[in-house]
Ligand binder design. Structure first.
Ligand SMILES: C[S@@+](CC[C@H](N)C(=O)[O-])C[C@H]1O[C@@H](n2cnc3c(N)ncnc32)[C@H](O)[C@@H]1O
Length: 302
């Protein structure tokens, strides 16, 4: 299923099945993006429901406003989902029935070369979800010490050749600053031995670009802070659904949900994450690494 925005929402059936939006309920979509999930959730909240949409990307949010309009059932916030509680207060809500996060970047952002997310389209090294933020990929690539770069590639990119890539980047930037996505992609390519490149199923720059994007946007911290607060804002029986695309993110989701379950606050309908069907992966290869986890606040909690 494609959306008018060009972003194909992942695991749509599984999201609806676990979030269970129903008429009159109040829900939060903390990563509204192209609005694919949001549109389906909104339909199911009618009549009487309310949907609160957040995105750090102002352009995405403006497109959503144009698409969904200014009807009273949808509220929009240009905000990080880690600050969702402030958005709820502003929207006059406190306790909600459900929250969805579909973390990472949208195909829309990937398709715009000037956003700098894509290694196969020449563009500036930017990668900020929120363009009012000062830290960019260019700063990280040109200023961070070699050890910090290596740790970033290892932790956020699961990159086995992290040290070697960091060393080659530092050598290259001594000659001239690295300012373009295609230049960085070539440097990474050259840093890797031919045998390693042949073995890898994905482009050698994929993991490095993912790692830099996670660092630019401080993505893991946002997820952790979200979990510090979300269970306090869900009604008894309320659901939280998170789709993660990276092992580090999924680890946080798993740990924080299990922790809440061990405190008797939530139940976890599934111990293992849900994954896309082979049909979905074939139709939308971007979905291949998606992991969906659900927690439901116990009726007696709170
Ligand atoms: C994978 S897309 C979401 C797609 C959406 N579910 C749909 O159906 O179109 C992720 C979106 O989350 C936004 N985002 C990423 N991290 C965020 C954060 N910490 N707070 C708010 N938005 C964030 C990105 O700007 C992007 O638009």
């Amino acid at each position: 299923m494609d959306t008018p925005s060009g972003h194909v929402p992942v695991m749509m059936a599984e999201v609806l099945e676990s979030l269970k939006p129903a008429p009159g309920e109040v829900m939060l979509d903390g990563t509204a993006g192209g609005g694919g999930h949001a549109a389906a959730i909104r339909e199911r909240l009618r009549p009487g429901g309310r949907l609160i949409l957040l995105d750090r990307d102002r352009e995405s949010l403006e497109r959503l406003m144009a698409r969904f309009g200014r009807e009273g059932d949808v509220r929009y916030f240009h905000a990080n989902f880690r600050d969702f509680d402030q958005a709820l207060t502003e929207a006059g809500e406190d306790q909600i029935d459900g929250a969805l996060l579909d973390v990472g970047l949208s195909s829309l952002q990937l398709a715009e070369p000037e956003r700098g997310f894509s290694f196969d389209q020449p563009g500036p090294l930017d990668m900020r979800f929120d363009r009012s933020q000062t830290l960019t990929a260019e700063t990280i690539v040109n200023r961070w010490p070699e050890e910090r770069l290596a740790a970033t590639f290892r932790e956020y990119g699961d990159q086995p050749m992290a040290g070697r890539i960091a060393r080659v980047i530092v050598e290259a930037r001594r000659r001239e600053p690295i300012c373009r996505t295609d230049v960085l992609a070539q440097i990474v390519m050259r840093a890797l031995p031919a045998a390693f490149r042949r073995r890898e199923k994905i482009h050698p720059a994929t993991r490095v670009f993912q790692a830099i994007r996670i660092a630019v946007n401080d993505e893991l911290k946002s997820l952790d802070t979200f979990f510090d607060k979300i269970f306090d804002h869900l009604k008894p029986g309320g659901r939280v659904v998170v789709i993660a695309f990276h092992s580090g993110e999924d680890r946080i989701v798993k740990t924080r949900m299990r922790e809440a379950a061990s405190q008797g606050r939530v139940r976890l309908p599934f111990t293992k994450p849900m994954t896309p069907t082979p049909e979905e992966i074939e139709a939308n290869p971007r979905s291949r690494s998606a992991r969906l986890r659900v927690a439901q606040v116990l009726p007696s909690a709170g």
